[in-house]
Design a protein around this ligand. Structure first.
Ligand SMILES: NC(=O)c1ccc[n+]([C@@H]2O[C@H](COP(=O)([O-])OP(=O)(O)OC[C@H]3O[C@@H](n4cnc5c(N)ncnc54)[C@H](O)[C@@H]3O)[C@@H](O)[C@H]2O)c1
Ligand SMILES: [Zn+2]
Length: 387
């Protein structure tokens, strides 16, 4: 038995107008200071005024938000008693908003209690609207929440189907101002979701089409959006593709590039999308040596297929590296500026984190200790994997 969860989604140019029809008394707007400075919060506020909704702003969300931030936001919600939580931001803001919402509804819980097995009984106090300002994580439609436990410097993968947003507003105008590097990092995250959502062992009939089509669109439109942020067609298609990839992987799962990428991000402080996409081709080469079929299907769909199934899978890995090079993204750990000594000093930590990551269990081939160590070493040097 499988589930497919999704918010109601309003998307495309003008989608923000949907806010004008939201009925309620008070909203807590969850965001960060950059988005306030960029004026994106004001844009949303204008619509809330039209809707006659009072609001307060919680703008203290940091990149890779901590459990403390979730508690701070929940305290503000408990004092203000909103009937809407509205997240305006990237994955960090949207994940924080989901946790704030749960802790507001359920002050008896701790973030670590938010897992798929419990009944949260949400929506007694408020509902959630997500408005993504990056074209990347898909958090606007997924139930996943990633919070950092600052004491342990560890990312916790939390979430429950109930904490999926009620309404996602996917308006390209909110992402148009992203600088090229952020566009590249977040777009590559979306590509990794699309490819892992299709190739992991939890893929389903309802997620396959979303993932394949999102991957193709990202290969086409990401270079255009990075080269020219004002390319409206590229921005809109990329924004939609990131949400489609979110629906895809959010209803199947991420896989080994996320397990190893989370480890890389935590140890060397690399932005999420840059970390997972750097490792994606290496994990494809590793897995495809035993299970190439699904990668070959992606390769054919995005236009880099080969007659031989193994070669087709490897050609997908090569195509991803070509895309990274074309948009100025690193393809090796060395290129991140990590010197070899530091890398070697941290390799055990990387391995331990990757093995303990929930996304590891959905890979179609499971590495042993030596294999994973070799994968990280190949990724350090930027060498194509030959297992
Ligand atoms: N819940 C999920 O399904 C899911 C999936 C993947 C990743 N994540 C998590 O999401 C987080 C990463 O999210 P992200 O990649 O969207 O980045 P982010 O939310 O961390 O934002 C990165 C930076 O970009 C800025 N920014 C956001 N939108 C902007 C815009 N339009 N213009 C200019 N600057 C802007 C932010 O202020 C921030 O400083 C990580 O914590 C990751 O673990 C969650
Ligand atoms: Zn991701």
């Amino acid at each position: 038995m499988w589930y497919f969860v999704s918010p109601q989604i309003v998307f495309g140019e003008g989608a923000l107008d949907a806010l004008d029809d939201v009925r309620g008394a008070r909203a807590l707007l969850v965001t960060d200071t950059t988005l306030v400075e960029l004026g994106l919060v004001d844009t949303v506020a204008t619509h809330l005024k039209k809707a006659g909704l009072a609001f307060r702003v919680f703008d203290a969300v940091e990149p890779d938000p901590s459990t403390e931030t979730a508690y701070a936001g929940a305290r503000m919600a408990l004092a203000y008693e909103p009937d809407w939580i509205i997240a305006v931001g990237g994955g960090s803001v949207m994940d924080a908003a989901k946790a704030i919402w749960v802790l507001y509804e359920r002050p008896d819980l701790e973030p670590a209690d938010i897992n798929p097995m419990v009944d949260l009984n949400l929506r007694r106090k408020a509902r959630l609207i997500t408005i993504p300002t990056t074209s990347g994580t898909g958090s606007e439609v997924t139930w996943a929440i990633v919070l950092t436990d600052t004491a342990e410097q560890r990312k916790m993968s939390l979430g429950n189907r109930e904490n999926t947003a009620d309404l996602a507003i996917v308006d390209p105008a909110m992402a148009t101002g992203m600088p090229p590097r952020l566009t590249a990092d977040t777009g590559l995250d979306a590509l990794t979701h699309a490819i892992e959502g299709y190739t992991c062992t939890w893929h389903t009939d309802l997620t396959d089409g979303l993932c394949l089509d999102a991957a193709k669109k990202i290969f086409t439109y990401l270079p255009r959006a990075v080269a020219d942020g004002s390319d409206a067609e590229a921005r809109e298609r990329l924004h939609n593709a990131a949400t489609a990839a979110g629906l895809g992987f959010g209803n199947s799962l991420a896989s080994m590039a996320h397990a190893t990428g989370h480890a890389l991000g935590a140890v060397f402080h690399v932005p999420h999308g840059r970390a997972v996409s750097l490792l994606l081709p290496y994990t494809i080469e590793y897995i495809a040596a035993e299970a190439p079929e699904r990668f070959a299907e992606v390769a054919h769909f995005v236009g880099c297929g080969r007659d031989d199934v193994g070669e087709a899978a490897l050609s997908l890995a090569a195509e991803i590296r070509r895309l990274c090079v074309a948009i100025g993204s690193p393809t090796s750990i060395a290129a991140l500026g990590v010197d070899r000594e530091t890398f070697i000093a941290h390799i055990d930590d990387l391995m331990e984190r990757a093995f303990n990551d929930a996304s590891m269990m959905t890979a179609a081939r499971s590495p042993d200790y030596d294999e994973l160590q070799r994968l990280f070493e190949y990724a350090y040097d930027g060498k194509v994997i030959d297992f």
